[in-house]
Design a protein around this ligand. Structure first.
Ligand SMILES: NC(=O)c1ccc[n+]([C@@H]2O[C@H](COP(=O)([O-])OP(=O)(O)OC[C@H]3O[C@@H](n4cnc5c(N)ncnc54)[C@H](OP(=O)(O)O)[C@@H]3O)[C@@H](O)[C@H]2O)c1
Length: 431
């Protein structure tokens, strides 16, 4: 066997400590697969005294993770601190500038600075690996970059945020509303105290921007992702979805269209019989549609110490075995032009729910607005009669429609005197 690969691990939280535990247990297996031993030589975190659930006394301690990145004893820097800017970025840049390979789980950093980091890594001729940054333990980065490298992709989509999927699953199973399920999820530790990154779709959008670059060999462009979260999905919408044969999922979708690459994260109504509709709870799934492979689906745990450490470990074995690939599949100098498809050109069927006062002529008013925007209705459900002054739901499924027309129509409908709440719209995704 050749000399051990010396790792410096910056960040010893959920993922960092999980990775140290994995190494303690799996080092022989990994050494066999890599053809050389793998050893941690240095670590860094904020609080040296904190119990990490694993013995770190044998490793050199750095208060400053940037100093760890520059430490001559460290051959590979494993960045598990997090955050798009600040110290995590400086750690990665310092490692690259010192000619050291970087392994990171930091999707926020890669979504915002991925193209720049890839250029730096390429110029310094060092690998930059990030299997753990997308879908945790699911090896989708390697699958798109290598396993499916013979394909052109039409669309890649998935459930990329376990917290949102858990909340939607609980809403579906219990019939409860969003806020009560979120409160419970926070109590159980499934949602952060500040859950906005997860429930507002930002975390999924970070991961989607990375998948887009891998699938379409263009620079990562997080700013081009259309992002909506799940705060406005109501128990009523979930019940209607069920009645109509759909499930509601927060999907992240990247797709080649005639207008460019469309990247969007938003709640979708999908066929209740489709395989991804059955990916529930904290699980993640990614479906990649390639022109030769057809459809492939990857399912697994998208977060947590064990699954994420598993992905970090895979990158380390690749590095130790000197298996190299450009971070996003092609050299940064060979990235194609990124043409972002505008969201208002999106086309598809829509679910629309209105709360209306039960008066004669209500439906005629709504129909007139839709006619003016050239939107045709496939089906309409109006339930029950309401007491005077009470509202009833009206649900419509449209034929394929352009987003711009839909947005305009909903704006006008929202101003009708008989419509008493902001209209709710969920895009229906054909899978
Ligand atoms: N958690 C997951 O399931 C998961 C899944 C996929 C990807 N990721 C990504 O993995 C990364 C780490 O996530 P995590 O959940 O492990 O985070 P975490 O539990 O909050 O841990 C962060 C670690 O970074 C250390 N740290 C923070 N600021 C520092 C600084 N200025 N200098 C030195 N150390 C500093 C913290 O030190 P102290 O412990 O001393 O405070 C802590 O050990 C993030 O990029 C995240 O997006 C996480």
């Amino acid at each position: 066997m050749t000399a051990p690969l010396a790792l410096g691990v910056a960040g010893l939280g959920t993922v960092g400590a999980g990775f140290l535990r994995l190494l303690a247990e799996q080092s022989e297996v990994m050494a066999r697969r890599a053809g050389r031993p793998i050893q941690v030589v240095a670590v860094s975190a904020r609080d040296r005294m904190r119990d990490r659930g694993t013995d770190i006394s044998a490793f050199r301690w750095h208060d400053d993770p940037v100093a760890l990145a520059a430490d001559p004893a460290v051959a590979v820097v494993v960045e598990l601190i997090g955050g798009a800017d600040g110290v995590a970025k400086t750690v990665c840049e310092t490692a690259i500038a010192n000619g050291k390979p970087v392994v990171t789980a930091n999707k926020a950093l890669l979504a915002i600075h991925g193209a720049d980091l890839a250029k730096r890594a390429e110029a310094a001729k060092v690998p930059l690996y990030f299997e753990a940054a997308v879908a945790g333990g699911v090896p989708i980065v390697k699958a798109l970059r290598e396993g499916l490298a013979g394909n052109s992709f039409r669309r890649v989509f998935g459930i990329l945020n376990g917290t949102s999927n858990y909340i939607l699953t609980q809403m579906q199973e219990s019939g409860r509303d969003f806020q009560s399920v979120l409160d419970e999820a926070q109590g159980l530790g499934y949602a952060e105290a500040d859950p906005s990154f997860d429930i507002d779709g930002v975390d999924a959008a970070h991961k989607l921007a990375i998948l887009t670059s891998l699938a379409f060999n263009c620079p990562v462009d997080f700013s081009a992702v259309h992002v909506e979260g799940i705060r406005h999905v109501s128990a009523l919408d979930i019940a209607f979805a069920r009645e109509l044969g759909y499930r509601i999922k927060l999907l992240a979708i990247t797709q080649a269209t005639a207008n460019g690459i469309a990247q969007r994260v938003h709640p979708c109504m999908i066929d209740a019989e489709s395989p991804i509709a059955h990916v529930d709870g904290v699980f993640n799934a990614v479906v990649a549609e390639g022109n030769f492979v057809d459809r492939t689906m990857f399912v697994g745990r998208g977060a947590g110490a064990g699954p994420t450490a598993s992905a970090v470990a895979a990158d380390i074995v690749d590095l130790a075995a000197a298996r190299q690939a450009p971070p996003f599949g092609v050299p940064a100098s060979k990235f194609g032009r990124f043409e972002a498809a505008p969201m208002d050109r999106h086309r598809g069927p829509y679910y629309v729910r209105l709360m209306v006062y039960d008066r004669p002529g209500v439906i005629a008013d709504i129909a007139a607005v839709l006619r003016d925007e050239r939107i045709s209705i496939e089906s309409l459900i109006q339930r029950g009669r309401a007491a005077p002054g009470q509202a009833v739901p009206v649900v419509m499924i449209t034929h394929e429609t352009e987003e711009a027309a839909m947005v305009k129509a909903l704006e006008k409908i929202g101003h009708l005197a008989t419509v008493c709440e902001r209209p709710r719209m969920i895009r229906i995704e054909g899978l």
